[in-house]
Design a protein around this ligand. Sequence first.
Ligand code: ASP
Length: 358
Amino acid sequence: MSVSRRDFLATSATTAAALAVSASRGDALPSPVSRLAPGGAASRPVVLASSNGIRGVKVAYDQIVAGTDTLDAIIAGVNIQELDPNDQSVGLGGLPNEEGVVQLDASVMHGPTRRAGAVACIEDIATPSLVAKAVMDYTDHIMLAGQDARRFAVNMGFKTQNLLTEKSRQDWLRWKSRLNRGDAWLDHDDDIRIKFTTGTINMNAVNAAGDLSSCTTTSGMAWKVPGRVGDSPIIGAGQYCDNTVGAAGSTGRGEANIKVCGAFLAVEFMRNGATPEQALIKVMERVIAMTEKRLLDDNGRPYFDLNFYALTKDGRYAGASAYEGSDFAVCDEKGARIEKCVYLYKKEQRPTASPRET
Ligand code: ASP
């Protein structure tokens, strides 16, 4: 059987390294055709998440090992954070928009069936990840938004509830009272500083058969303009999964991620031979290259936080952030644990203040 030069190159480790170098130089990406034979990669179950998923990765892993579908398992994992009133980055207790209303985004992708679902700016439903899956399971569409997403959820049997907890309402009031010295809201005399905040949970999984899924769910940026939709519900930005290659997702400043379709880009880099670490570092470099000046310091380093997570079909994984010090959660046969993200800049290189901080 003859082997074409392209096929030969595609399987060579040297080429993988060369691709990594060429991509980091900004050369055109190689052909987008998958280089991994479907079903060809031996796998091991692995669940990967942002660090707030440390409880969820264990739940999802145990379910996957017991035979549960990877998407159902990771949704069970993220539900823990969505329903936890103390996680102010997602679901119940999420920090609200500038008018004090909690608006949630979520998306899911199921590798084996190549399906996806999402909801954007949905109110009053604590588990938008499950609504995103219902969009995938019961409609011919991929994303529903706003009041119509809420109505869809209610029709599907989801319960509505007030998602604004007392703690999040107090934080919002403090933020609001300090917004503008000249307005009619008096500043509190306590010294609690309420910062501009972000937070989200992304979770990705692969099972022993090499089947993958991904999910991201969030209350988005705290104090956002009502109606703002972040990266989390955008397939290819907040999360992405291709059953022949791997899965990836993101947490942090969605506006920076949307412009590079970071989760999709990470999977494409891995398709073309990059390791998860290489892929995520290249995505981070692309983010910075696409960032407007007002969000970069004089050295061209970002003021914002953004993390990426990537998992291959054969169970390799990584997390990445711009600055040293971020973590991610992972669970495999060695159990659930927190590991360190790879990064571009040392802690000391981080600018001290962001223009958005109050
Ligand atoms: N990525 C989310 C968003 O921009 C927020 C976050 O992860 O902190 O909506």
